[in-house]
Design a protein around this ligand. Structure first.
Ligand code: ZN
Length: 247
């Protein structure tokens, strides 16, 4: 299995522009995007992934709007803010890639032995976005989007492995699966890679989703027993936990 790291400038830009984005990649960004809004609120909402653009009723034609959006996007690419956004993302990509390559062997053998899964021979594309604007999810079986501040040592690789586990567990939406992924990657893998650490806390920060903590602590005793087992099978373990919860 291989990870392929890539930067798609359109994606990086639209991710930073998105209405759900409440952070600035750097100061002056909000002012810069405001200029796009001043040019055309309709195009701004359209590019920012917000349905409000339909309220402008431009003859109800997507084709007209998308052409105008394309034009504004092309112009935007020449701005220094756009160039800086992409430049900083590229720099971050090199950092993450180096970290992954350094840890790759250790991580993959960790995953195989702790899950009992034989990793598939395939390439997974990682599309990075600006490191100040957190991102992290799987889009399908071979695509992950990612960025995050490096809150502690090996942060990026631990969480790339977390996302990989969502793929290997077939995007199972169950909270139990998510909690086990966090026990395995956010905690066990982090401690394994860093050679030290404790569960649920690192460098003074809480680790993982707070909403899963109660469940994780409930599963923890069984997880510790599982870790000592010789022939591990993560799917059997998940089934067992789910069965216990149902009873
Ligand atoms: Zn997750």
């Amino acid at each position: 299995m291989k990870l392929n790291f890539d930067v798609n400038p359109d994606y990086v830009f639209l991710h930073a522009l998105n209405m759900a984005q409440h952070q600035e990649p750097f100061s002056g960004w909000a002012q810069f995007t405001n200029k796009i809004w001043e040019k055309s609120p309709e195009v701004f909402y359209f590019l920012a992934g917000s349905p409000e653009y339909v309220l402008y009723g431009r003859k109800g034609k997507f084709s007209v709007l998308s052409k105008q959006a394309e034009k504004i996007l092309e112009k935007t690419k020449r701005s220094k803010e756009y160039k800086r956004l992409i430049q900083e993302t590229k720099k971050y990509t090199i950092f993450v890639q180096k970290q992954w390559r350094r840890n790759e062997k250790k991580i993959l053998s960790f995953v195989e032995s702790i899950t009992g899964i034989k990793l598939p021979k395939k390439t997974i594309d990682i599309y990075l976005t600006h490191p100040k604007l957190n991102n992290g999810m799987t889009l399908d079986d071979s695509t992950i989007v990612w960025s995050h501040s490096e809150d502690w040592k090996n942060y990026a690789t631990v969480y790339l492995c977390h996302e990989l586990m969502h793929i290997f567990t077939n995007h199972d939406p169950s909270e139990i699966t998510h909690a086990v992924i966090e026990l395995m990657t956010d905690n066990e893998l982090r401690i394994h890679l860093n050679g030290k650490g404790i569960y649920f806390k690192e460098s003074g920060k809480e680790v993982g989703h707070r909403s899963l903590r109660k469940l994780e602590k409930k599963i923890l005793p069984r997880w510790k027993i599982y870790l000592k087992k010789k022939d591990k099978n993560i799917f059997k373990f998940l089934e067992e936990i789910k069965r216990k919860k149902a009873n």
